[in-house]
Design a protein around this ligand. Structure first.
Ligand SMILES: [Zn+2]
Ligand SMILES: [Zn+2]
Ligand SMILES: [Zn+2]
Length: 138
């Protein structure tokens, strides 16, 4: 059920700014979900950091392009990771060690379809993360 952290598959027609390229590179070497601060810190350690504002803007652009997904873990800080273009997935988040397991599929596509039929509601996006304790922490 869990899968490896996705690697980068950049569409050939993707046009990226320098900032976005750097942010993507930083995300590629992140093993887990990264905040904008994490990404900025990593780039700064390499002596190659755009400003934090640029990092935020690049992340927004990459999310809009479908290359990166933003994840909300309920603590008010967005985290980011690379996804297959246009794809998304959900996480099991351990509240003790904050480790997150990447699920290999969307769990609520059928629910979306049901809501569309029942309420005539046009769904743009959904957020779903599952919180609890991982095996190690139980
Ligand atoms: Zn844990
Ligand atoms: Zn993930
Ligand atoms: Zn989903």
């Amino acid at each position: 059920m869990a899968k490896e952290h996705p690697t980068l598959h950049l569409p050939k027609n993707a046009r990226l700014t320098k900032g976005s390229q750097k942010v993507l590179e930083a995300l590629t070497s992140c093993r887990s979900l990264a905040t904008a601060q994490d990404i900025h810190g990593q780039l700064r350690d390499k002596g190659d950091a755009p400003g934090l504002t640029t990092v935020y803007r690049s992340l927004e652009a990459l999310v809009a392009m479908g290359l990166v997904q933003a994840v909300e873990l309920g603590d008010g800080e967005k985290r980011f990771e690379i996804v297959e273009p246009g794809a998304h997935h959900h996480h099991l988040v351990c509240e003790n060690c904050r480790d997150s397991i990447h699920l290999d599929q969307c769990l609520v596509e059928e629910l979306d379809a049901g809501i569309r039929t029942k309420y005539g509601f046009e769904i743009r996006a959904h957020i779903l993360e599952i919180f609890g304790r991982c095996k190690k922490c139980q």
